[in-house]
Design a protein around this ligand. Structure first.
Ligand code: NAP
Length: 293
């Protein structure tokens, strides 16, 4: 008799990470993949979430759908909270009932940004914007509803698909002779394809050992750079001539405050899942190659 394949359910399939998961899923035919967008599983609607799981059982839920508009979250607070916090708690409750593993993504923006060394996973959170607040409540709700949940905090995500800093910079650098980029916010970029691969590795680990404890993990590419440094590397990789000038955050006011320092310590995910951390410059090159540079 043919053995049934483990079912991995993905929310937000058209986002950067969701899209990379769809792409990579073709390399993993031993998994039964179920990809959903908001028309099939709407994280803003608790009834839609319950209805989706009625009569359906899964082994792993990869919750990569989210309310990601950091500035807009300051004014659309109820919607951001429902998607990033309440829905995550609801998914965890469902996973606990089904003995499924919830892997949900959080952010470096749960940290206030005052540190000068990478944040360990157990560093107390203290977000300085509403998006970060919703994500930190989502983390707590996930672990309260299902202590086996895995929270994966990531930062500065980019991909050849979707909206992100790399694509915005390339557009601006082609339109203008000079641009200004914030130089006093330091963090680590993450190529969405690498995060997707890490999530798949975690999914496999869960299938192999369902009793592996829950907890918080950090994942990004290896870096300690400012947005300005990132922009310069993007320009140089693309072979463009645009002048890139550093500015302080105070010259670029936004509705949501950003942490000045948000590099995360990545040791725990390396040790617990043997996930290798990749160099940010190599991964930027890989993405730019895909974008035709
Ligand atoms: N992007 C970053 O720099 C960054 C940094 C740190 C952490 N993260 C976290 O990483 C994860 C993945 O981010 P990403 O960059 O892949 O985000 P993204 O590209 O903005 O994609 C988010 C996805 O969520 C979907 N979504 C929004 N509202 C939904 C709803 N009500 N129901 C179902 N799906 C909904 C969106 O659907 P539509 O396509 O229909 O809009 C989109 O496909 C998120 O948890 C995010 O918070 C991202």
């Amino acid at each position: 008799m043919e053995q049934s394949r483990p079912v991995f359910l993905v929310t937000g399939k058209n986002g950067q990470v969701g899209w990379e998961l769809q792409r990579l899923s073709k390399n993993y035919p031993a998994i039964e993949w179920v990809f959903t967008d908001r028309t099939e599983l709407d994280l803003s609607n608790p009834e839609s979430i319950d209805a989706f799981f009625l009569n359906r059982s899964v082994h792993v839920v990869m919750n990569v759908g989210a309310y990601t508009a950091v500035d807009k979250a300051e004014s659309e607070q109820d919607l951001a909270f429902q998607i990033n916090a309440a829905a995550v708690g609801q998914l965890a409750r469902i996973c606990a009932k089904q003995s499924a593993r919830l892997i949900t993504i959080s952010t470096d923006y749960v940290f206030p940004g005052q540190s000068e060394k990478p944040y360990p996973v157990n560093q107390p959170t203290d977000p300085i914007n509403y998006y970060g607040y919703t994500k930190s409540v989502g983390e707590q709700m996930a672990l309260t509803e299902d202590p086996f949940s895995w929270i994966v905090r990531t930062s500065w995500v980019y991909s050849s698909h979707g909206h992100n800093f790399v694509k915005t910079m390339l557009r601006l650098m082609k339109e203008r002779t000079a641009i200004q980029v914030v130089a006093d916010q330091v963090g680590a970029p993450t190529y969405a394809a690498d995060l997707a691969e890490a999530l798949i590795q975690m999914g496999h680990a869960s299938v192999n050992d369902g009793s592996k404890p829950g907890g918080i993990y950090h994942y990004s590419n290896a870096a300690n750079i400012s947005w300005f440094d990132f922009a310069v590397a993007i320009r140089d990789n693309a072979g463009l001539n645009c002048e890139v000038n550093p500015i302080p955050s105070s010259s670029f006011p936004t509705p949501a405050k950003r942490p000045s320092y948000s590099v995360m310590d990545l040791k725990k995910i390396e040790e617990d899942f043997q996930i290798s951390i990749k160099d940010w410059q190599e991964r930027l090159k890989a993405c730019m190659l895909e974008l035709g540079y």
